[in-house]
Every structure is written in structure tokens, then in C-alpha cells.
Design a protein around this ligand. Structure first.
Ligand SMILES: [Zn+2]
Ligand SMILES: [Zn+2]
Length: 363
């Protein structure tokens, strides 16, 4: 088999010339290594923002394609992660390089029979424009490798608006690609998937971007993308909407719970907008660290000690038959005093009565 690509060792992965005839040049910053694997696939947070429009919404960069990919075994284990970029100087799209017959990935699959899944995280949906024919190459790749499942997550739709002369081709191509469903899925990047990409493919992503909810402007674009891909392909995508910021109603909810049924260990610890990270832990997703619980719930405990007091108060029926002296040390003494007073008064009354009686007897 004749291959077009060449592999070179990088510091933290492999650098691949997708076509042996590519060389360094002043017009393409990424040339000639348009495929990079392992840790070489990471980009800076600034580059990620420029390409994907995260976290502040769409950027629609002209002439910049960035695709991250994961190749997984049938078991779900990630065998390789990588990055693919378009070549500006030679005008070659990223998908065209990635799914090239006899290209790098084609060869990788040829040598690894255990591969079952390919996941793409791309800044643009694939096109089928003249001179690129990206989706046609993907179509041929899927026919050639019938065991492969392909999941595509995108941040922006590429040339599908009616004012673009290529939109008809691109829409038809996306519909055709989606026709492979359920082997192929086309989904907007949404919610926790953003954090998955940051965690796996971005260098030194700010902690705030890893743990805070997706900004509303980005979330509304993701929602729009979900609507549009559904309209174009007729297939509902995988999409997790960002829930609206919940109001802090933890206290009132706890008050609804009968105190006898209260179990503090079962109270959800992260009710302030973090639970949307949970979809990360689906089998197809790599593990993500669960955000540390916020301190709101703990503060609620501290600022409302009455709950603790009420929790400790025993139900009335339990008190019956108990030795109150063990629970309320003064209870017995009070009772004794009352009883003593009663006895004393009765005795005094008896004495007075006896005296009067004696007086009457004397008189
Ligand atoms: Zn290039
Ligand atoms: Zn293309």
C-alpha cells in the first residue's frame, strides 16, 4: 500500500506530514505538520477561543479549521488523541487530510483491528465544496471501515446559510452523512462537552473555564446549532441544554422534609449550577474531575442553626416512658419542689385545722 504521509517524533507525541510534499512555508503557520498526536495536540486557550468561540460565543474565523480527535477501541479505551488543522497555503481542509484514503488514520486503522470509535471535536461542520469534498471522503471512509462509529461534535455550522452559494451542497452532504445514523452522529458541542475538550486538548485552561457553567451567550448558540442540525439532517442531535441558574431554595426545600426523616448525608451538595457537569460520566465520555462542591449548602447550615436544634428535639411519643432526668436534669427537681410545697401546704393546713379543732375542743 502506498502512503502519502510521513511521521516524525515530537517532544510529547507524533508530528505527521499528511502529504510528504508539504514543507515549512511563510503562508501556513501549521505546515507541514497538520496532524499532531498525544500531548502535541494541545493548543493554547487563546487559540481554542479563536477557533471554537468559547466561552464568549461564535468567532467564525475565516480560513481556520481546528479538529481534535479521539480514536477508541471497542472497549471505549482511548488509543490515540490528536489534532488536525487545515493547510492555508495549499488550501486543503482538515477533514480531507484526516479521512484521506491511504492517509494517516486509514493506515492507523489498518494496523489496529481493535478500533471501534472515532470522535471529532471540530470548530466547523464538514463541507462538501468543490476542491475539498470533505464529506464525500468521510462517506468513503465509513464504507471502507464498516466497524467504525463516528461521533462529530461541532461549535459552528460551516457555510449552510442560504446567502452562501455552497449552502445547498453542504446541507445535502450533512444530511447524507447523518444518514449513517446511528453509526454517525452530528451534534453541537454543549454543556459539559466543552469542559471535556478543555481538559483533554487545551494547555493551561483557566480553572474557571473548567468548573463554571457555560456562559449564556455560548449556550444559546449551542441551542441554535442543535435546532439547525435537526432541521438540516432531520435527526435530533445529542444535546444537553444548560439549565437556568437555579434560585437558592435549599432552605425551603429542607423545611418541607419531615424532621424525623432528615438525613444530612443525603442532601445534594452542589445545587448551585454544578449538576449539569454530570453528563460527563457517560460511557462514551472520558473521565472528568467532578467540580468541588460549593460552600453554599454549608453556609446554610451555619446561618440556620435552628434546623440542628429541631433535628435533635425528640418526638413526643418517644419521650413517654423515658427517664426525663437523663434528658432534662432539672425536671425531677422541679416536680419534687412542687410536690414538696404541696405536701408542706397540706401539712400546714392540717396543722392549722388541728389547732382550730383543738381550740374548739378547749372552748
Ligand atoms: Zn499548511
Ligand atoms: Zn471541507
Amino acid at each position: 500500500m502506498e502512503y502519502f504521509f510521513q511521521e516524525f517524533s515530537g517532544y510529547h507525541g507524533t508530528l505527521i506530514k499528511p502529504y510528504y510534499w508539504l514543507y515549512h512555508n511563510q503562508y501556513c503557520l501549521k505546515c507541514p505538520y497538520h496532524i499532531r498526536t498525544g500531548e502535541e495536540s494541545r493548543v493554547t486557550y487563546g487559540e481554542f477561543y479563536e477557533a471554537f468561540g468559547f466561552p464568549y460565543g461564535p468567532t467564525m474565523p475565516e480560513n481556520k479549521q481546528l479538529i481534535f480527535y479521539e480514536v477508541k477501541a471497542f472497549s471505549g479505551e482511548v488509543l490515540q488523541k490528536g489534532q488536525v488543522t487545515n493547510c492555508v497555503s495549499s488550501n486543503i481542509h482538515a477533514e480531507s487530510m484526516l479521512f484521506e484514503e491511504h492517509g494517516y488514520v486509514d493506515s492507523f486503522l489498518y494496523h489496529h483491528e481493535s478500533i471501534g470509535y472515532i470522535t471529532l471535536y471540530t470548530n466547523y461542520t464538514p463541507c462538501n465544496e468543490y476542491a475539498h469534498c470533505c464529506t464525500s471522503k468521510m462517506h468513503d471512509f465509513l464504507i471502507k471501515h464498516p466497524q467504525i462509529r463516528l461521533d462529530i461534535y461541532f461549535s459552528q455550522l460551516y457555510h449552510v446559510n442560504e446567502d452562501n452559494f455552497s449552502s445547498v451542497w453542504n446541507r445535502e452532504a450533512l444530511k447524507s452523512l447523518a444518514g449513517f445514523w446511528p453509526r454517525v452522529t452530528l451534534n453541537p458541542i454543549s454543556n459539559g462537552i466543552w469542559q471535556t475538550i478543555l481538559y483533554n486538548f487545551v494547555k493551561e485552561a483557566p480553572a474557571t473555564s473548567l468548573y463554571q457553567p457555560v456562559l449564556p451567550i455560548r449556550a444559546s448558540t449551542d441551542s441554535y446549532n442543535a435546532h439547525m442540525i435537526h432541521v438540516i439532517t432531520g435527526i435530533k442531535p445529542y444535546f444537553v441544554d444548560v439549565p437556568p441558574e437555579p434560585k437558592p431554595k435549599i432552605i425551603s426545600r429542607r423545611q418541607d422534609i419531615p424532621m424525623g426523616m432528615m438525613n444530612y448525608s443525603s442532601i445534594p451538595q452542589a445545587q448551585h449550577g454544578n449538576y449539569q457537569y454530570l453528563p460527563f460520566l457517560t460511557p462514551r465520555m472520558p473521565f472528568m474531575p467532578i467540580p468541588a462542591p460549593e460552600f453554599h449548602a454549608q453556609k446554610d447550615f451555619e446561618s440556620k442553626p435552628k434546623h440542628v436544634v429541631r433535628h435533635l428535639k425528640m418526638p413526643t411519643d418517644i419521650n413517654e416512658g423515658m427517664d426525663l432526668g437523663n434528658v432534662l436534669p432539672n425536671a425531677r427537681k422541679i416536680n419534687e419542689v412542687v410536690i414538696t410545697e404541696k405536701v408542706v401546704r397540706e401539712k400546714e393546713r392540717e396543722k392549722k385545722g388541728n389547732r382550730k379543732k383543738k381550740k374548739r375542743d378547749r372552748s
